[in-house]
Design a protein around this ligand. Structure first.
Ligand SMILES: Nc1ccn([C@@H]2O[C@H](COP(=O)(O)O)[C@@H](O)[C@H]2O)c(=O)n1
Ligand SMILES: C[C@@]1(CO)OP(=O)(O)OP(=O)(O)OC[C@H]1O
Length: 159
C-alpha cells in the first residue's frame, strides 16, 4: 500500500490576554486561544492527521503538555518535527485539507497567509494545503465563541 490517510481534530478555549494564532499566523482579535503551547489549533489538527495516517499516536504523546519544554511552543516548530518524522518513516505529504470552526473573527482575509506559512514549513507547494473556515451558526461552544476548533485530513504518499 503506498498511500495512507489520517484525520485530526482539536479545540482550544478562547480567553482574553492571549494572541490568536492559526496556521502560524497571528490574527487580530480581542481574544486568543489558551494552551500549553501557542494553542494553534489548526496546526495541531494537521499534525494529528499526519501522525494518524501512520498510526503514530497524537501530538500529546509526542509533545506532552506535562513537559515544560513545550510551554509556549511555536506550533510550526512542532510541525517541522512531525514532518521530519514522517519523512524518516519513508512518507511524504500528498495533500492536506483543513477547516477552522470559528464564529469570529472573519478568517477569509487570512486563509492564504495560513496556507503560505504551513506549506513553507512543510516544504510543499501551497496547492497541497487547503485551509477553509466556517462558523457553527452560533451553535455549541464554537458558536458561543467559547473556543475555536479545527479538523484536518492528511493524505500521505510513500516517498
Ligand atoms: N470565522 C469565519 C467563518 C467563516 N468564514 C467564511 O464565511 C463564509 C460563510 O461561512 P458559513 O459558516 O456560513 O459557512 C465562508 O465562505 C467562510 O469561508 C470566515 O471567513 N471566517
Ligand atoms: C501542543 C501541546 C504541547 O504540549 O499542548 P497544547 O498547546 O495544550 O495543545 P493540545 O492540543 O492540548 O496538544 C497537546 C500538546 O502536545
Amino acid at each position: 500500500m503506498n498511500i495512507r490517510i489520517g484525520n485530526g481534530y482539536d479545540m482550544h478555549r478562547l480567553v482574553s490576554d492571549r494572541p490568536l494564532i492559526l496556521g502560524g499566523t497571528q490574527i487580530p482579535h480581542e481574544l486568543g486561544l489558551l494552551g500549553h503551547s501557542d494553542a494553534d489549533v489548526l496546526t495541531h489538527a494537521i499534525m494529528d492527521a499526519m501522525l494518524g495516517a501512520l498510526c503514530l499516536g497524537d501530538i500529546g504523546h509526542l509533545f506532552p503538555p506535562s513537559d515544560p519544554q513545550w510551554k509556549g511552543a511555536d506550533s510550526l516548530k512542532l510541525l517541522t518535527q512531525v514532518n521530519e518524522l514522517i519523512h524518516q518513516k519513508g512518507w511524504q505529504i500528498g495533500n492536506l485539507d483543513a477547516v477552522v470552526v470559528a464564529e469570529r473573527p472573519k478568517l477569509k482575509p487570512h486563509l492564504e497567509a495560513m496556507r503560505d506559512r504551513l506549506s513553507k514549513t512543510l516544504q510543499i507547494a501551497a496547492d497541497q494545503v487547503s485551509v477553509k473556515a466556517t462558523t457553527n451558526e452560533k451553535l455549541g461552544p464554537t458558536g458561543r465563541e467559547e473556543g475555536i476548533a479545527a479538523y484536518a485530513v492528511a493524505l500521505l504518499i510513500a516517498a
